[in-house]
Design a protein around this ligand. Structure first.
Ligand SMILES: Nc1ncnc2c1ncn2[C@@H]1O[C@H](COP(=O)(O)OP(=O)(O)OP(=O)(O)O)[C@@H](O)[C@H]1O
Ligand SMILES: [Mg+2]
Ligand SMILES: [Zn+2]
Length: 287
């Protein structure tokens, strides 16, 4: 039990100095004129202590205010209301997942348990649920809106809730971030991308248009593959399409089939047999 005399918040101190009590101590109680001294109340914090009312002065008039909770119980109650440190940190890590894939409009978490399942996604969702680090990379392909990103989001949520951490980005955003960051002194962005325990690259192939973008992707890929750090990927393209894209097949002046081969060789090795598809209609169309 703390020494109340030296605690400016304590009711002992309050009653001596006529400072107003804190709102949590006297929440929703009416001040009472001095001539009707109210009975002491049992602390609602559960310690069993009888709390004498405190006196305050309002507009020159002295008033009694009953106390509902003692200081130690109030402190304990505040601590209970605040989520523990590891929960705060976990919620911060979850924010890497784009909000529309992380929670419903009503703020409910979207998880493997809440997803609709049908013939087009059931098997792949099962395989994803079984994936645990440090297993290798994942390549999820399928048509627009079929639920590839949503499926990875559920996996990433599960990993983070289990204490892990991940970095979520799309290929386009990755390239934009690195481009904007380029040449900034002391930049650690590319380092962080290479070192993230789990990296999500959503929409692979969406930003393989310039020679520079293809080179950057090769750098990140080889660094992560050398260190056996997985990349979880989604794409509208097949691996064959990606070989053409990363070779610069549609970029007349910068064709480089060797780079395409190098990238695909590494990617295939990292992905192994975790090349999964999600079929089905565009789920966005329904809304
Ligand atoms: N199994 C599911 N159950 C319910 N809603 C889903 C499911 N899968 C996806 N959705 C919803 O459908 C929408 C499209 O899903 P998502 O963004 O994952 O598609 P995608 O395959 O990544 O599309 P794109 O190729 O355009 O990136 C999202 O709003 C998502 O929340
Ligand atoms: Mg997507
Ligand atoms: Zn108490």
């Amino acid at each position: 039990m703390q020494d109340r005399k030296h605690d400016p918040q304590s009711y002992a101190a309050l009653s001596g100095t006529f400072d107003p009590p804190t709102t949590t101590q006297t929440a929703s109680v009416q001040p009472i004129p001095l001539r009707q001294k109210p009975d002491p109340l049992v602390c609602r914090g559960g310690c069993g202590e009888l709390l004498e009312p405190v006196t305050i002065r309002r507009k020159g008039e002295a008033l009694y205010v009953p106390l509902r909770i003692c200081d130690p119980c109030r402190v304990a109650e505040n601590d209970r209301e605040r989520p523990p440190e590891h929960v705060v940190a976990r919620d911060r890590r979850l924010k890497t997942i784009p909000i529309h894939l992380r929670e419903t409009r009503g703020g409910k978490p979207i998880t493997f348990q809440t997803l609709d399942r049908d013939r087009g996604n059931a098997r792949t969702l099962e395989l994803l649920e079984q994936w645990i680090p440090p297993w290798g990379s994942i390549f999820l392909s399928g048509p627009v809106g079929s639920g590839k990103s949503q499926a990875l989001a559920c996996l990433v949520r599960k990993l983070i809730e289990g204490g892990g951490s991940a970095m979520w980005t799309s290929e386009q955003r990755l390239m934009r971030m690195i481009r904007e960051d380029f040449g900034r002194r002391g930049s650690t962005l590319q380092r962080e991308i290479c070192d993230a325990p789990i990296l999500v690259v959503d929409d692979l192939g969406a930003a393989a248009r310039t020679d520079w973008e293809r080179r950057i992707f090769e750098e990140i890929l080889s660094e992560r593959s050398d260190n056996r750090r997985p990349i979880l990927m989604t794409s509208n393209y097949s691996l064959d399409d990606l070989r053409a894209l990363y070779s610069g097949a549609y970029d007349e002046r910068n064709q480089d089939p060797i780079r395409g081969d190098r990238i695909m060789s590494r990617l295939s090795q990292m992905i192994g047999d975790r090349q999964w598809a999600i079929h089905g209609r565009d789920r966005r169309a329904r809304r």
